[in-house]
Design a protein around this ligand. Sequence first.
Ligand SMILES: [Mn+2]
Length: 331
Amino acid sequence: MMMARTNNTEMLPSDTLLEVVAELCKYPKWILFSHEQPDGDTLGCGSAFFRFATRSGKSARWMGPDPIPAAYAFLPGSDQYEVAHDLSAEEGSLLVFIDTTTPERTLSVSSISGLPSVNIDHHGDNTRFATVNLVDPSAGATAELAWEILLRMGDSLSLDEAMGLYAGLVTDTGRFSYSCTTSRSHLIASDLLERGIRPELMDLLLYCNLTPQALRLRGRAFSRLDYDPDRGIAYTWLSKSDFEETGADFSETEGLSSDLLRIRDSQFSALLVENNASVRVSLRSRGKISAADVAHRHGGGGHPNAAGMRLPLPIERAIDLFKEEMLESHG
Ligand SMILES: [Mn+2]
């Protein structure tokens, strides 16, 4: 499998990647950060780095501001994941930010400026806040960068580590369907299969894990779908009472915004979810309208095809604002 990496110039490591590898080798203790509302990529990579550290005699902590959703509890090491909001890092440790656009997206680390840190990400809007910043927007998932890094650390990958990387790769590429998917994504998947990953088992773990409550919640969201056929814009919403009445959890809206784009000729979708005093908006796009642009106007962030933001409004006002904005900007 090394063949794939040496024959393809795209796979030659950048100086920055080698710098990240050098930093990781140098420090005996890693503190791994996953971002808020963690997804399969930030968690899958975190799991892989965490297991790799433990196996290679380093000490590691893995943490983030939000708990790991039940769907990702199968990831190796997730039982040792720490939910925290701030941290005073000990000297001699390396801070490793994974899939995290800005430091605000994870827990706050006091006096981060004085500490060695690496930032491994594929979001184009990453603010390059660390000492060493490996930001590669051409990567379909941070897992692609993590794979390259871990293999450069002079060791093989265990099945546990391969599992984390595969989870990140599959979820962030939308099961190899988004435009961010490249031949490199498939080469890495191929390598992970060679290492023992069984795709049908990963599919069971990652996608066949819904509760009946989650399906009932989806039913509510689909039943009040609003669709503008001229612009190809689909949106729907969920209120706090939808969660109370179905018994579904807030994390169980995962994938719902993408499902709206399954409407023929649809271009853009939004899911508005009432959560405490604000509304969380998940945006998905086929590209004509940049989801990241819409999110940035409201203090959110993400990719052109998938982004999110939070509106400090009651659900009715948030829906009105969304309708007005989509009519004004793209009418
Ligand atoms: Mn990612």
